[in-house]
Design a protein around this ligand. Structure first.
Ligand SMILES: Cc1cc2nc3c(=O)[nH]c(=O)nc-3n(C[C@H](O)[C@H](O)[C@H](O)COP(=O)(O)OP(=O)(O)OC[C@H]3O[C@@H](n4cnc5c(N)ncnc54)[C@H](O)[C@@H]3O)c2cc1C
Length: 456
C-alpha cells in the first residue's frame, strides 16, 4: 500500500484489543493499518507491566479461546508463560502469568506474519474524520484514509475526537479508578514469604485450597502496611500489598502504588501521576526491605514505562453493559464473547479494594452493542473504552476480555465491509458464526453447544 492508498481498516491502538482486532481483520483479507504511540504493541500488558492475564476460565470451563489463547500458546513456546494456573488469591479460577518482554516479541511476530497489516508505531493520533485518521510522528503530521475505523486506544481518544458522547468515572462524583505504576522486584526469598503466609493466614486474602509452593501471589500484609502508615513510612492510599510472581520464581510484579482524583485523559494530570507514582515506588521499596519477610535483599528489576490507567472514557454505545448484567451472569442475543472476571473496583478516592468475592462463578456474555457507538456508522470501539457503567467496566476492562472484544471488532469490520452496512447493521448471527469458525467462543450459548457436542 502506498501513502495515498485507502486502507480497509485502521485500528487505533495496539494494546490487547487492538492487536486482536488487527489480526482477525487481516486474516479475513482486510488491508489493515495498526497505529500506536508506543514503540511496541501490547498496551498496558507490556508498557505498564500489567499482569497476569485474567481470566480464561469460569469455574473449570475455559470461556476464552481464539486469538487470546493463540497468544498464550505462542508465549508458551518461548517459555514466556506458566499457562493458566489456579489463582492463589482466589479472585478468579485461573490467572495466566506472562513475561511482558516476551509478550512484545510474540505480538510483533504474529503481526509480521500477516502481510496485509501495516504497523505504524511511535505515532500519536491527533485527528479523525469518518474515513481518516491523522497522526503526528517523526516526519510530521500525516493523514491515512480507511473504510472503517476501530478505536482501541483504551481512552476512547478516537471516539471523543469524532464527537461520540462518553462518560468518565462513577455516577456520584465523576472520579475514576486510580492509576498505578507497576514495578518488578527480584531476589525475593520465596520460602520466607510462604512461611509468613502460612503463619499469618489472617493477614491475606487467599484461596486456602490453592497450593502456594509453586507459585505465590499476595493480597495482604495488612498489619505491616498499617504499621508503616502509622509511622509515616508509607504515605499513599493503599491498604495492602498486591503482587504476583512472574514467570521466574522469586521475581514479583507489584501492583501497589495509587494515585487518585486525576484523569487519564489529561497530559497535565498524567505528568503529576508519573512523578507521584515514582515517589511512591521509592517509598514502597524501602518498606518492602524493612518490613516484608523475604524482601530484605530484594532488588528493583524493572519499572513500567507508563503509569497504568484503569479507567477513563467510556463511550455511549447502542447498548451499555451494567452491574446487573454481570451479577446475573446474563446471556445476550448479540453476544460476541464471554467475560468471567468479577467486578473489582479500586476505590477512586480511598485506599480500599472492592470485589465481588461472594457471588460465585462469574460468567456473562459481552454484547456486540457495547462496541457500537450510538452516533457513528463506521466506527467501532474495542477494549477498555466500550459502553459500560463505571461498575461494569471494572469487570470487562480485564485483558482477556479486551482481546475477545478485539477479535470480535476486527471480524465485525470485515462483515461491515463485505455487506456494505454500518456497524450497527452487521448481522450478529454471521459474526458469531465467523468467530466460532476462528476458534473463539462467541457467547454462553456457544459454550453450551460445545459442551453438548462433547457429551454426545
Ligand atoms: C494498574 C493496572 C492493573 C491491571 N491489572 C490487570 C491484571 O492483573 N490482569 C489483567 O488481565 N488486566 C489488568 N488490567 C487491565 C488491562 O490491562 C487493561 O484494561 C487492558 O490492557 C486494556 O486493553 P486495551 O487494548 O483496551 O487498551 P490498552 O492496553 O491501554 O492499549 C491501548 C493502546 O492504544 C495506544 N494509544 C492510546 N491513545 C493513543 C493515541 N492517541 N495515539 C496513538 N496510540 C494511542 C496506547 O499506547 C496503547 O498501546 C490492569 C490495568 C491497570 C492500569
Amino acid at each position: 500500500m502506498n501513502a495515498s492508498s485507502v486502507y480497509d481498516l485502521i485500528v487505533c491502538g495496539a494494546g490487547p484489543s487492538g492487536v486482536c482486532a488487527a489480526l482477525s481483520a487481516a486474516r479475513l483479507g482486510l488491508q489493515v493499518l495498526l497505529i500506536d504511540q508506543n514503540g511496541f504493541p501490547g498496551g498496558m500488558n507490556t508498557a505498564a507491566l500489567v499482569g497476569p492475564l485474567m481470566t480464561f476460565h469460569s469455574g473449570s470451563t475455559q470461556i476464552a479461546k481464539g486469538i487470546a489463547q493463540e497468544i498464550v500458546d505462542e508465549l508458551a513456546k518461548r517459555g514466556g508463560t506458566l499457562g493458566h494456573i489456579p489463582d492463589p488469591i482466589g479472585m478468579v479460577p485461573t490467572i495466566t502469568p506472562v513475561d511482558p518482554e516476551l509478550l512484545k516479541l510474540v505480538y510483533f511476530d504474529l503481526l509480521r506474519k500477516e502481510s496485509n497489516i501495516t504497523l505504524l508505531l511511535r505515532s500519536v493520533i491527533t485527528g479523525v474524520t469518518a474515513d481518516s485518521v491523522t497522526v503526528h510522528g517523526k516526519g510530521g503530521t500525516k493523514t491515512y484514509r480507511a473504510r472503517r475505523i476501530i478505536d482501541a486506544t483504551g481512552d476512547g481518544d478516537v471516539a471523543a475526537l469524532m464527537g461520540v458522547p462518553f462518560k468518565e468515572g462513577r455516577e456520584s462524583d465523576g472520579f475514576a479508578q486510580p492509576m498505578t505504576l507497576m514495578f518488578t522486584v527480584e531476589n525475593v526469598d520465596r520460602t520466607q514469604v510462604i512461611d509468613y503466609i502460612r503463619s499469618r493466614p489472617d493477614q491475606f486474602v487467599m484461596d486456602r485450597s490453592c497450593s502456594i509452593d509453586d507459585y505465590i501471589a499476595v493480597s495482604g500484609f495488612f498489619e505491616l502496611v498499617q504499621q508503616a502508615q502509622e509511622k509515616g513510612e508509607l504515605t499513599f492510599p493503599r491498604d495492602r500489598v498486591l503482587f504476583f510472581e512472574g514467570v521466574q520464581k522469586g521475581t514479583v510484579t507489584v501492583n501497589m502504588t495509587r494515585v487518585t482524583l486525576l484523569k487519564g485523559t489529561r497530559a497535565e494530570d498524567l505528568s503529576v501521576a508519573e512523578s507521584e507514582t515514582h515517589r511512591q515506588l521509592d517509598e514502597a521499596l524501602a518498606f518492602f526491605r524493612k518490613y516484608l519477610p523475604g524482601f530484605e535483599n530484594c532488588r528493583l528489576k524493572s519499572v513500567a514505562a507508563l503509569t497504568g490507567v484503569r479507567e477513563s472514557r467510556r463511550i455511549q454505545g447502542i447498548k451499555t453493559l451494567t452491574q446487573e448484567d454481570i451479577w446475573e451472569n446474563r446471556a445476550q442475543e448479540d453476544s460476541v464473547g464471554i467475560c468471567a472476571y468479577p467486578i473489582d473496583i479500586h476505590d477512586p478516592t480511598g485506599k480500599t479494594l472492592v470485589w465481588d468475592a461472594e457471588r460465585g462463578d462469574c460468567c456473562y456474555d459481552i454484547p456486540y452493542g457495547i462496541l457500537v457507538p450510538e452516533n457513528q456508522d463506521y466506527l467501532l470501539a474495542a477494549g477498555r473504552c466500550v459502553s459500560a457503567t463505571h461498575e461494569a467496566l471494572a469487570s470487562v476492562r480485564i485483558s482477556v476480555a479486551c482481546m475477545v472484544m478485539g477479535q470480535a471488532a476486527g471480524t465485525a469490520a470485515y462483515l461491515s465491509i463485505q455487506k456494505d452496512v454500518p456497524f450497527k447493521d452487521v448481522p450478529v448471527n454471521e459474526l458469531q458464526q465467523l468467530l466460532h469458525e476462528q476458534g473463539a467462543i462467541p457467547g454462553k450459548k456457544w459454550l453450551e453447544k460445545q459442551g453438548e457436542e462433547n457429551d454426545s
